[in-house]
Design a protein around this ligand. Structure first.
Ligand code: ZN
Ligand code: ZN
Length: 435
């Protein structure tokens, strides 16, 4: 029997991890992420004897963040690609550096992860063990993101990872045509209950507002996630010929520089280079003073205003009726970004580990604020469409596991798929399924 153990991201988003075991007991881990919301930050513990390899779908820390932990005790090949390794390393290093949480691994294990990494090209079948293979397939989520096809004991298991089948400006979408006939599908459910607004209209509304504010002498703060979303926002500015000033700060700057080094993962590297040339990179804290006095667009994480360089700008923006804050990613309940959208009041509390710095403030926004959902996940419409386009080898064994979504999203997605004739469940953490 082939076994699939769900060790994380079950009825939640965070600590993604799946363990697949063959008939003969050989094992492969898919993703090994962290979650931030309480003390159990790592995937569930499991017997990892006979572990043959780890494969990563993409660099976001909910998929990659706990990877170094494995290298405390195991020395196995780590399959990824160049851009995912580079970004994952940057994010994990940052996480270890600034977190107050005592992660059970450090820079030494992170170095071991790199030393054991192998770059796999999409579409190339890689042997893990006898009768055990993996293939990466483009997932369209962020640059370098992949879905993973496992061929084990002559069965085909497909793990979507985070997936996007809609067109964005930064990368190409995932395509069901790349996926062969399956025996089991493990699919994300982040937006299984939500439809995204039409992309083109959203972009037009966004750019219209950005131009209006900046032409009237204001600033637009875009507190985008540093990985992919900041760069998507930049490409929208380029697409609509925004000619005002652009400032890039914090993680968005570092990641943009890394993207330039891996042009093969970017859809239109020329457009990306062009917009970066027009932008000013803010390298030093003191340079933020002149940004605060200028008009233009400031792209600066963090995406939910939980911290990062955006916090240095926010007070100036909130107190200026001519300026605006435009959030471009999902705002988790309880986050300062969500609070601003819901109440018009920005509340922020932070204590920094090393500097022993405390930052507390509450400001009522005098500026414009809005939310533009430039998501990099497939929404409900596209998730169902994607599933319905996939083929299963045996119509009586069309197994679908819905993960990576909150309780309601994963369970509703699974029960809707059952209604459509699939054999679908939303696994709970620690559950093991046999194929
Ligand atoms: Zn992701
Ligand atoms: Zn994720």
């Amino acid at each position: 029997m082939t076994k699939i153990s769900f060790l994380g991201s079950c009825r939640e988003v965070g600590r993604s991890c799946i363990l697949v075991e063959s008939n003969s007991g050989s094992k492969c881990l898919l993703d090994y992420g962290i979650r931030f919301n309480n003390d159990n930050r790592l995937p569930l513990k499991a017997d990892l004897s006979n572990l043959k390899s780890i494969a990563l779908t993409h660099s976001h820390v909910d998929h990659s963040g706990a990877l170094p932990f494995i290298y405390k005790t195991h020395k196995v090949p780590f399959f990824t690609n160049s851009i995912s390794l580079e970004i994952a390393e940057l994010l994990i290093r940052d996480m270890i550096k600034i977190s107050k949480f005592p992660y059970p691994f450090g820079f030494r294990e992170l170095d071991l992860l790199r030393q054991n990494s192998y770059f796999l090209k999409n579409g190339i079948r890689q042997k893990i063990d006898d009768n055990f293979f993996i293939t990466f397939i483009d997932a369209g989520h962020i640059p370098g993101s992949v879905s993973i096809l496992l061929e084990v004991d002559n069965k085909r298991i497909f793990y979507s990872g985070d997936i996007n089948t809609q067109k964005t400006n930064l990368i190409n979408p995932a395509n069901y045509m790349d996926v062969p006939e399956l025996d089991a599908l493990i699919i994300e459910s982040t937006y299984a209950l939500k439809e995204h607004p039409p992309r083109k209209l959203l972009e037009e509304k966004f750019i219209e507002k950005v131009i209006e504010i900046t032409e009237n002498g204001g600033k637009v703060l875009i507190p985008a996630f540093g990985v992919a979303r900041s760069q998507e926002a930049l490409l929208i500015l380029e697409k609509y010929n925004y000619t005002g000033k652009i400032f890039i700060d914090g993680l968005a700057r570092k990641v943009s520089n890394i993207y330039l080094e891996y042009p093969e993962f970017i859809k239109d590297i020329k457009a990306f280079r062009k917009i970066l040339k027009k932008a000013e990179f803010i390298l030093k804290k003191k340079d933020r003073l002149h940004v605060k006095k200028s008009k233009g667009v400031i792209i600066s994480p963090s995406g939910m205003l939980k911290g990062g360089a955006a916090i240095d700008y926010i007070e100036t923006i909130l107190n200026d009726p001519a300026s605006a804050v435009y959030l471009v990613g999902y705002q988790v309940e309880g986050s300062p970004g969500r609070g601003l959208l819901d109440t018009g009041i920005f509340e922020f509390k932070e204590s920094r580990k090393k500097k022993n710095m405390f930052n507390n403030f509450q400001i009522e926004a005098k500026c414009d604020y809005d939310y533009f959902d430039f998501s990099s996940h497939a929404d409900s419409l596209h998730l169902y469409k994607y599933v319905e386009n996939l083929e299963f080898r045996n119509k009586n064994h069309n197994n679908i596991f819905c993960i990576h979504g909150d309780n309601k999203s994963t369970t509703t997605f699974a029960s809707e798929l059952v209604k459509k004739g699939y054999n679908s469940v939303a696994p709970e953490i620690g559950e093991i399924y046999k194929l």
